[in-house]
Design a protein around this ligand. Structure first.
Ligand code: TTP
Ligand code: CA
Ligand code: CA
Length: 579
């Protein structure tokens, strides 16, 4: 029965903008717009007051807000330190093309040494030094540094990192509640807290004790009614989670509290930023009455269009359709059932902790390039570096290693003259840092060279290259690592046993049941962290499904540095020969 479930939807406010605001040490109320190739991805709420929206071009931001909005570009990485083209703005029409070209080095120098440049990024980029370019700001005569899509690639590492911190804080906030957390995107999660709410409803909760930033769709709730009382308890938990995220990560988050995913997601978006909204069952029909069909989950595409052929455009109107009409019209009883329920706010979908990503990808599309050397020297090192970073992050969180490296590229097929996507796999080089990066580069170059130059199965130009790590195997992990990961707090990099676990071990009073519960919670937290990468990969780099890899190295559990397909020695020979 859906009224006995309590489902939260948590969504960070203007996520990328908050990450940049925090990174640059700007005040909480700073007007910030985060742009990628000149177009806005995220807008802080104060900046929204100028009329700036997602998709606004930098020119428009300047026109609307002058220098009152801080423009920050997403981080990009390039193969060379300074590529002349990177100083051009993304659009030829943009006046910033006329801006004085200057180098990254100059920019960093300027930004770190000049206190008279209030709108210039204050902190140098974190992470990789030489190849990582932080592209910042700006306005009034200073060109946005990020510029040339074909010479740089965007990296979302900053936002992934911030997201991981947030999810860790959420996991800690619901620790011990038997909650299920489903990561829905880089900045949002569904949390099923039904079990904890059931436990809490033994105690009455007065409406007046709800946090002041709690809104109720349709006015008030009556906490003497069990369904409303559950939502009130849910609101207390939501508030605690948001508080924790704010304290540990300095990010504000909005939340929706209701009985299912559909309604809680609606709720979280209805009072932003930094607020939470309850949708009680009695207000569902009012809430959905004027909602366009396309706004409902699952009805944004063809199915929604099919329902519109009945002559209805809103959820409210669609409730006039009978199940029989829907089955006859849609020709699919399952789809009919889904529509019938959705327009009434009924969603039986479970909140599910998702599985680990099966692969990690670093990829780049670029203008067709005829010279293999340019691709090898420009993109392979950048992608290898990104992949190593992600592998190391993944290894730390998920205690596993990839066994296979797949190199995918887009070229012209011999004879057909069509673009084709080709994949070749080899054993994943082991090691860490620079050494591993070099080995991955060598393996990638060997594959490209073998397929494109030696075998001549495909023709230049080449327009995309991707390095994928897959075929993961779990490393044996000690309990300490899990505990310390779970318990570690912001800024606490210690690898020792967390405070909770210490108490647990120290007093020896915790019973078996609690021990199991804690383990379940830790596993939950880990599972949650493990899905951290999957969303971003598939969303940000629309990467064609690789053709069935040929020559995939056999999985070996005791694989150390076993580059069995072509062999490290062959890779080394190749590299030595070329260099
Ligand atoms: P959203 O949650 O959709 O938006 P938001 O967090 O910026 O703002 P809101 O307060 O309204 O929730 O997206 C989260 C981040 O994902 C966003 O900050 C930037 C990124 N993003 C894109 O890069 N492209 C997109 O098309 C969307 C929708 C988001
Ligand atoms: Ca958001
Ligand atoms: Ca979101």
């Amino acid at each position: 029965m859906q009224s006995l479930r309590t489902v939260l939807h948590c969504d960070l406010d203007c996520f990328y903008a908050q990450v940049e605001r925090e990174r640059l040490g700007l005040p909480k109320d700073a007007a910030v717009a985060v742009v990628q190739w000149g177009s806005t991805l995220a807008v802080s709420y104060p900046a929204r007051e100028y009329g700036i929206k997602r998709g606004s071009h930098v020119d428009e931001i300047r026109r609307l807000a002058g220098d009152k909005v801080k423009i920050v570009s997403v981080e990009t990485i390039s193969a060379s330190n300074v590529l002349p083209s990177r100083h051009l703005a993304s659009s030829p029409a943009s006046p910033v093309v006329e801006g004085r070209p200057y180098s990254d080095a100059e920019n960093i120098l300027r930004t770190t040494s000049s206190s008279t440049q209030p709108n210039v990024e204050q902190k140098p980029p974190s992470g990789n030094s030489v190849n990582t370019t932080t592209t910042a700001e700006t306005h009034t005569g200073v060109p946005p540094i990020q510029g040339n899509k074909s010479a740089e690639k965007v990296t979302l590492a900053r936002y992934r990192g911030a997201s991981a911190r947030v999810f860790a804080a959420i996991a800690r906030a619901v620790h011990g509640m038997g909650a299920t957390i489903e990561r829905a995107s880089i900045d949002e999660a569904f949390i099923d807290i039904s079990m904890e709410v059931t436990r809490r409803t033994q105690k009455p909760l007065a409406y007046a004790s709800l946090p002041p930033d709690t809104y109720v769709v349709g006015g008030k709730i009556d906490t003497s009614i069990i369904t409303d009382s559950r939502l009130a308890h849910g609101a207390m938990i939501a508030s605690a989670i948001r508080k924790r995220v704010l304290e540990e990560c300095s990010f504000t988050m909005s939340a929706g509290i209701s009985v299912n995913k559909l309604l809680s997601k609606f709720a979280s978006a209805s009072n932003k930023p930094n607020k939470q909204t309850i949708v009680p069952l009695c207000s569902v029909s009012n809430l959905l009455r004027n909602v366009p069909l396309a706004k409902l989950r699952g009805l944004g595409g063809k199915l929604g269009k099919d329902v519109e052929t009945f002559g209805v455009t809103t959820a409210g109107e669609a409730t006039s359709l009978t199940m029989k009409q829907l089955i006859d019209g849609l020709g699919n009883p399952k789809a009919a059932d889904f529509v019938y329920k959705s327009v009434r706010g009924i969603d039986e979908t479970e909140v599910k902790a998702r599985d680990l990503p099966k692969s990690l990808l670093a990829a780049k599309s670029f203008d067709p390039e005829k010279r293999l050397g340019v691709v090898e020297h420009t993109w392979v090192p950048v992608l290898a570096e990104e992949l190593v970073d992600r592998l190391e992050e993944d290894s730390q969180i998920n205690h596993r290693d990839a066994n296979t490296l797949t190199v995918t590229f887009r070229v012209i097929g011999q004879g057909t003259n069509d673009w084709v996507t080709v994949s070749r796999s080899t054993s994943m080089p082991r090691g860490s840092g620079e050494t591993r990066k070099c080995s991955i580069m060598k393996a990638g170059m060997l594959i490209l060279h073998t397929v494109l130059v030696k075998e001549k199965q495909f023709k230049f130009p080449i327009s995309m290259i991707g390095l994928t790590a897959c075929n993961f195997i779990e490393r044996a992990t000690g309990k300490d690592q899990i505990s310390s990961f779970f318990e570690s707090r912001k800024g606490d990099n210690s690898t020792g046993v967390g405070e909770h676990e210490n108490a647990f071990i120290g007093n020896g009073k915790v019973d078996h049941k609690r021990r199991l519960q804690e383990k379940a919670d830790r596993d939950l937290a880990l599972r949650l962290h493990r899905v951290e990468n999957s969303h971003v990969i598939s969303r940000k780099f629309a990467f064609p499904a690789p053709a069935k890899p040929r020559g995939v190295a056999k999985r070996k559990s005791n694989n150390n540095n076993n580059n069995s397909l072509k062999g490290v020695s062959r890779v080394d020979t190749f590299f030595t020969r070329r260099s």
